[in-house]
Design a protein around this ligand. Structure first.
Ligand code: PMP
Length: 305
């Protein structure tokens, strides 16, 4: 939940929560011109640590580059600003939301005369898909909404406007009593959730849709692939037809918010035996051992606050 007595980093300064405002005629309000990140800080045994900070900031700068937004800070300074924002708000475990957007100057589609503004906000945030989800899994439905086709909206950019697509899929899913939507790509192959990547376990092999297609290149996805290869699990990044979802042995979602969440049904068809699978559990155990500080941070994923 938001703590309105906290501070928000706003264009290079830490300001009072209630002072972090923009004008109603800012470009972003009308044309969706923003890019952002979602990052988590974990309360490890050795103190609060941000998970894969550099990779998230790199992705933010890549998203900005795609949209020709110049961020007036080095990536190093931006990482430091994130750490400063956590510190001043005295949070240990929290969610971190940096955003870069086009501000107030003039209105019209052409964005380059509007200033590029930046914010970093942090707040305490629990489990995205509910406390139970990590163990019991979630119910998902295949959406009638597709992910954006190549060369329409860049899927690789984490742009605010891409989440209009995610919102359509999520609203449809919730109205059908699902926890989450799975979208197909423009060719009808499995793509991802509204805010998560997807993995399938079939005959002891881990499958996930390829990166260079319709997905956001998830940092949790990348982490899971690393952990899987390290436990000698074969990982295949290749196209997955919809029906593979129904016959999978295990299915799970990955994302900063959702972490590693098992899927227990797709379109009301039970996945496997309806319980969290063994491989899903193993990957969760390895993942959380690092985040809790119970295992060595051998991939250098943690930045202490
Ligand atoms: N896909 C979409 C559409 C997302 O919004 C997210 C969350 N950022 C992900 C995948 C997962 O990415 P990550 O693991 O980097 O959070």
């Amino acid at each position: 939940a938001f703590d309105e007595s906290g501070k928000i980093w706003f264009n290079g300064e830490l300001v009072d929560w209630k002072e972090a405002n923009i004008h109603a005629l800012s470009h972003v309000v009308h044309y969706g011109s923003s890019v952002f990140e979602g990052i988590r800080c974990y309360n490890t045994k050795k103190g609060p640590a941000v998970f894969r900070l550099k990779e998230h900031v790199q992705r933010l700068y890549n998203s900005a580059k795609i949209y020709r937004m110049e961020i007036p800070y080095s990536q190093e300074d931006f990482c430091q600003a994130i750490l400063d924002t956590i510190k001043i708000n005295q949070l240990d475990a929290c969610y971190i939301r940096p955003a870069i957007f086009r501000g107030y100057a003039e209105l019209g589609v052409y964005p380059l005369n509007c200033p590029v503004e930046s914010i970093i906000a942090v707040w305490a945030w629990g489990k995205y898909l509910g406390e139970e989800a990590l163990e019991n899994g979630v119910d998902v439905g295949v959406s009638t909404w597709r992910r954006m086709a190549p060369n329409t909206m860049p899927n690789m950019a984490k742009a605010g406007s891409n989440y209009m697509n995610s919102q359509l899929a999520k609203m449809e899913a919730v109205s059908n009593n699902y926890d989450e939507a799975i979208m197909l790509d423009y060719q009808g192959m499995v793509s991802e959730g509204s805010g998560e990547n997807i993995f399938i376990v079939k005959d002891g092999v881990l499958h996930t849709p390829p990166r260079a297609s319709s997905l956001l290149d998830g940092i949790t996805r990348n982490s899971v692939i690393t952990l899987a290869r390290d436990m000698d699990l074969e990982v295949k990044e290749e196209e997955i037809p919809r029906e593979m979802l129904y016959v999978a042995d295990e299915l799970f979602l990955t994302g900063t918010a959702a972490e590693i969440s098992p899927i227990r049904s797709v379109d009301r068809i039970t996945v496997g035996n309806g319980k969290r699978g063994e491989i899903t559990k193993k990957l969760q155990d390895d993942f959380f051992a690092i985040l809790e500080g119970n295992a060595e941070d051998k991939y250098g994923w943690l930045t202490f606050v």
